[in-house]
Ligand binder design. Structure first.
Ligand SMILES: Nc1ncnc2c1ncn2[C@@H]1O[C@H](COP(=O)(O)OP(=O)(O)OP(=O)(O)O)[C@@H](O)[C@H]1O
Ligand SMILES: [Mg+2]
Length: 262
């Protein structure tokens, strides 16, 4: 758990750093699109774009995030910022089958191969490891996994790692694992400290720094469709700086496509 939250945190950091970014919301529930304050206004959702992968124009149909209105006054940005969203819809669910054919797995790569304006593409995935997540892996340079320091989440991340290894061998030898993000960490909890130690020994250097702590006002920030970098107060400022560090640690050149998993 925490895929969408980490995607949004990284998108917020990319916006603050002036990195032209596209968020692809592959989850039929479209939580990332909601958090990014997207208004479709006649544009085509990602599900229908995937259906028309040979001709679909993801740049034309991606909607600007409402976060941009608050970034306009950011004097540190030398160029007008770009944060677009290939927004999610229930229709995307037609591709979330366990038996998706290789031809279908390449639909997102085909759409992205015709974009040139983004330096970073973040793909938010549904919780299943079916067609949509595999389509994201096929289109990505790197995969970022997100886990809470809890028993089931750590076990789930190990399963995802194994599925990813199999997928890499069969379909995508170049695909790298960017690492595992520990999210929603509560340092005061003995259980969380124990699970974080377990993650350190299990994932070694793949466990990314920094660890993202549990944030008291996180739902409020997401519910208001705010970038964490634009939310007032010390707690949000600390969280924002952690996402700045995480973004730096998962991208070396900024020219990467990443995807979040559970
Ligand atoms: N660091 C955090 N601090 C506080 N709450 C968090 C944090 N990260 C995630 N949450 C909350 O936990 C819930 C699940 O997080 P999120 O939606 O990011 O997970 P997900 O992996 O995308 O879930 P799904 O698989 O359902 O799409 C949300 O309500 C979110 O606000
Ligand atoms: Mg999600």
């Amino acid at each position: 758990m925490g895929k969408t939250s980490v995607t949004l945190g990284l998108a917020s950091a990319a916006l603050a750093a002036g990195i032209p970014t596209l968020v692809v919301d592959l989850d039929p529930h479209a939580d990332a699109s909601t958090g990014l304050g997207v208004r479709p206004e006649g544009r085509t959702d990602i599900g229908h774009l995937l259906k028309n992968a040979r001709r679909g124009d993801i740049e034309a149909d991606a909607a600007p995030s409402s976060w941009l209105s608050r970034a306009a006054g950011d004097a540190s940005l030398t160029r007008p910022p770009v944060l677009d969203v290939a927004f999610g819809a229930a229709f995307t669910g037609i591709y979330d089958r366990p038996d998706l054919r290789a031809r279908d797995l390449r639909r997102l790569s085909a759409l992205l191969s015709r974009t040139s304006i983004y330096s970073l593409v973040l793909i938010d995935c549904p919780p299943s490891l079916n067609g949509l997540t595999r389509m994201a892996w096929t289109a990505s340079n790197r995969v970022l996994l997100v886990a809470e320091p809890s028993l089931f989440s750590v076990a789930g991340t190990e399963r995802t790692m194994r599925a990813l290894d199999l997928f890499r061998t069969e379909f995508a030898p170049e695909l790298a694992t960017a690492g595992v993000v520990a999210n929603r960490y509560r340092p005061a909890s003995a259980e969380h400290r124990y699970r974080l130690d377990e993650m350190r020994s299990m994932f070694g250097t793949s466990l990314l720094s920094p660890v993202i702590a549990e944030q008291a006002n996180w739902q409020q920030i997401q519910g208001a469709a705010y970038a964490v970098h634009h939310w007032p107060g010390e707690a949000a400022r600390t969280a924002a700086s952690h996402f700045d560090d995480l973004l730096r640690n998962v991208t070396d050149s900024g020219k990467l496509r990443s995807r979040a998993s559970h």
